[in-house]
Design a protein around this ligand. Structure first.
Ligand SMILES: *Cc1c(COP(=O)(O)O)cnc(C)c1O
Length: 431
């Protein structure tokens, strides 16, 4: 490393020891990083090709107001998404407020009273519990007479095919599969594994709609769940596909009928996708999608780097330093409240926005323990930007994700380690 760069790191509070430990770790990851870059290259061309194929022009970048009839940019963007995901259709809107909303919309619009929803891969993401009605909530699927069934994963993390077969009945209409582990400890599913599961289900009942919660998974691999038989892939634009630029939004890419159902539910029966002004937001949606493959690669490198940095210091990490990756989330278990707090404060101190504030654990609504969150993002709550959070309860683990550039992700992780070293939580860097 050149002297000037070392001086930069020193000026930003990174000690020689932490820097050299980081350098050593990074060197050993050269092969992994090359693979990640190659996937980004593949996906960059995929996105570019979709934009050219649908003749994205300057006129697409400005938006409409009012009802939003004949919104060329909005309609073209939806075609671009459909091309990227190799689906018949897509709905990509700022009126879809977040990932949970996109998932709720896909479910509520494609299920009818009397239908049953099946989760064949265990408990879905926390916020979906209220959507489904696992936890009672106003407006849940349960209130509308839609029942829910769940088959848990086997102890080894595999699909329980026997129980899944038994769970599929006359009323089973839709199956929901969550690609990312989210904040659970099971492994994230690869697209190939999701494909096997969908194949099995469709063999038993071909007309079941298979929906994949694609949050955090977009562009991590060369294929998406819709390439492996999913009828719908659903996600948030303030995660991977928004490339850090989209300030709001969600998408549903899939079969024409599924997407149409969602459009009629999002706006109104009779109006569907024809309304919904894009205002001034389309440039960020297009440009964000264009950057998404490389931004996702940066976040992925950060996750792999963090796993290797902390694994070698003796902290349990999921996934481990060598495992293949299917999402951008990294869990590190520190085993003490001080470890969790130091890590998150270190990440925060590396932020471009609010880097001068220090987060503290607090009683967040909906959680049974105090939670500490590090987020110094340009887009509030965006988790494709460098961010981390950890509940202050055993096993005292943090969940780390994002980083718009690899250089920033690297700096954030070094800063977290520096904070742990400064507080005496980590004492030996070269054990
Ligand atoms: C983030 C996430 C969601 C919900 O998205 P929000 O935008 O936070 O509502 C759902 N599922 C998974 C797996 C997620 O990671």
């Amino acid at each position: 490393m050149k002297k000037e760069l070392k001086e930069q790191y020193a000026a930003m509070g990174i000690s020689k020891e932490v820097l050299s430990y980081g350098e050593k770790t990074e060197k050993a990851l050269k092969g992994r990083f090359e693979e990640i870059d190659e996937t980004a290259e593949y996906n960059q061309l995929k996105v570019l090709r979709a934009m050219q194929e649908h003749k994205v022009g300057e006129a697409c970048l400005s938006g409409t107001t009012g009802y939003g009839y004949n919104d060329l940019g909005r309609d073209t963007l939806e075609k671009v998404y459909a091309s990227v995901f190799h689906t018949e259709d897509a709905l990509v809107r700022p009126q879809i407020t977040c990932g949970t909303h996109a998932l709720a919309l896909a479910l509520m619009s494609n299920l009818r009273p009397g239908d049953e929803l099946l989760s064949p891969a265990g408990k879905p993401y926390d916020t979906l519990e209220e959507v489904i009605g696992i936890r009672p909530s106003k407006g849940s699927l349960k209130e509308y007479g839609i029942s829910y069934r769940q088959v848990d994963l086997l102890p080894d993390g595999g699909f329980d095919y026997e129980k899944i077969r038994e769970a599929i009945g006359e009323r089973t209409r839709l199956v929901t599969i969550q690609r990312s582990k989210g904040y659970q400890t099971r492994p994230t599913f690869s697209v190939a594994r999701i494909g096997e599961l969908i194949g099995f289900i469709k063999k038993i009942k071909p007309d079941i709609i298979c929906m994949v919660d694609n949050c955090y998974g977009e562009f991590v691999e060369r294929t998406e769940p819709t390439d492996a038989g999913a009828d719908m892939a659903v996600g948030s634009l303030i995660k991977n596909p928004g490339g850090g630029l989209a300030p709001i939004g969600g998408y549903i890419a899939g079969k024409k009928e599924c997407v149409e159902n969602a459009a009629f539910r999002l706006t109104s029966p009779g109006l569907g996708r024809e309304v919904g002004a894009s205002l001034g937001i389309l440039r960020s949606f297009y440009q964000g999608l264009f950057l998404a493959p490389t931004v996702t690669a940066a976040a992925l490198k950060g996750a792999v780097f963090a796993a290797n940095i902390y694994e070698k210091l003796g902290f349990p990490v999921i996934p481990d330093g060598q495992e293949s990756r299917h999402d951008i989330i990294q869990a590190v278990t520190f085993g003490t409240p001080e470890g969790v707090t130091a890590f998150c404060q270190g990440i925060q101190s590396a932020a471009p926005v609010d880097g001068y504030v220090s987060p503290e654990p607090w009683d967040m609504p909906g959680y049974d323990a105090k939670v500490i969150m590090a987020a110094g993002a340009f887009v509030s709550g965006s988790s494709i930007e460098l961010s981390a959070d950890g509940p202050i309860k055993p096993p005292y683990a943090v969940y780390f994700q994002g980083g718009l550039t690899w250089q920033h992700a690297k700096f954030g992780i070094l800063k977290s380690l520096q904070t742990l070293v400064d507080r005496g939580i980590v004492s030996k860097l070269f054990p």
